[in-house]
Design a protein around this ligand. Structure first.
Ligand code: NAP
Length: 281
């Protein structure tokens, strides 16, 4: 397509991080170092990598990170106790519980235990409700990243038909609500949706949040659609079949280098926002 834009997540991410540098410096002058606590339960290697990446990203910006690694056998009660302690700890501004947790743990109860002021990953139902009403402070990071990319490239949302494929509580549902709040007409699809390609063909904006590699096909796209691929599957593969979707789209995020890097930056931004709130109090 003519004037096609490859939406550069690395660039958007860098700009977000650059904007945080003076804010972190100012906080430190005021005696506050933003701090993100990450909780990893068990030994899942990809989760370990994600947590390490988040810790490294904090360190590069001078944000403290506190890594808590609990054993595979941790009970819900033990995890809740850890979260409650972090809620009480005034040096901690954000709490991230790495998903998934081992099956014996009530993951929803654990997410709900995170205090709303420290829910920088947007996982609590209260945070989701606030995002839906349009005044949430910390929406889930991947939906926030998608909106950040849209804004960075000045892509039009109002009045557009956005089709979101996926309805998970951290991705599909909140991004649907955020697009609705921006006056898009939103269709949210899921595994029971019938005639998915036909629905996608009506979309001006497509958000892929399915968790299936190369799932969205180019012949499902309307000419000129904007494609935002939140998918991140084994082998750095998105949910969108990039090769076939590229020629049809007016703007598209690659994987890797699209939504992923911006997601981490939004987590850092929310942690800094939260630290600033404590200074205001
Ligand atoms: P999830 O909880 O597994 O949800 C997947 C969603 O896709 C569900 O709502 C499911 O429908 C729907 N779905 C499954 N098969 C479908 C089909 N054949 N047709 C239509 N919809 C279908 O996944 P998630 O946590 O939202 O993650 C989605 C993707 O985003 C994954 O690739 C994940 O790795 C990626 N992700 C990326 C980031 C990032 O930073 N870039 C962050 C989080 C997640 P039902 O509800 O009916 O089951």
């Amino acid at each position: 397509m003519e004037n096609q834009i490859i939406l550069d997540g690395n660039l958007v991410s860098k700009n977000v991080k650059d904007s945080l540098i003076p804010r972190v410096e100012k906080l430190k002058e005021q005696g506050v170092t933003p701090c993100l606590a990450t909780i990893l339960v068990g030994d899942d290697p990809s989760s370990e990598t994600y947590v390490r990446m988040k810790g490294n990203a904090c360190a590069r910006l001078g944000i403290d990170s506190r890594r808590i690694h609990l054993s595979e056998e941790t009970t819900t009660e033990e995890l809740l106790k850890t979260i409650h302690d972090l809620n009480e700890d005034t040096a901690v501004h954000g709490i991230l519980l790495q998903h998934p947790v081992p099956s014996q743990i009530d993951e929803r109860a654990a997410f709900e235990a995170i205090h709303i002021d420290k829910d920088v990953d947007g996982v609590t139902s209260l945070g989701f409700g606030q995002t839906t009403f349009g005044f949430g402070r910390y929406p889930s990071c991947t939906p926030a990243a998608i909106l950040e990319i849209i804004d960075a490239y000045d892509l039009e949302v109002e009045g557009k038909h956005a089709v979101v494929i996926g309805r998970s509580p951290i991705l599909g549902k909140p991004v649907s609500m955020m697009l609705l709040n921006r006056n898009a007409t939103v269709t949210t699809c899921h595994s029971k949706t019938q005639n998915l390609p036909e629905i996608v063909r009506q979309a001006d904006i497509i958000v892929a949040a399915v968790g299936k590699p190369n799932f969205i096909q180019g012949d499902w796209l309307k000419e000129g659609a904007v494609v935002l691929d939140a998918g991140y599957n084994k082998g750095n593969i998105g949910d969108v079949d990039y090769e076939s979707c590229l020629p049809k789209s007016s703007a598209i995020t690659p994987v890797p280098g699209g939504v992923g890097p911006v997601t981490i930056s939004m987590l850092l931004k929310h942690t800094v926002d939260s630290a600033e709130e404590t200074v205001k109090k």
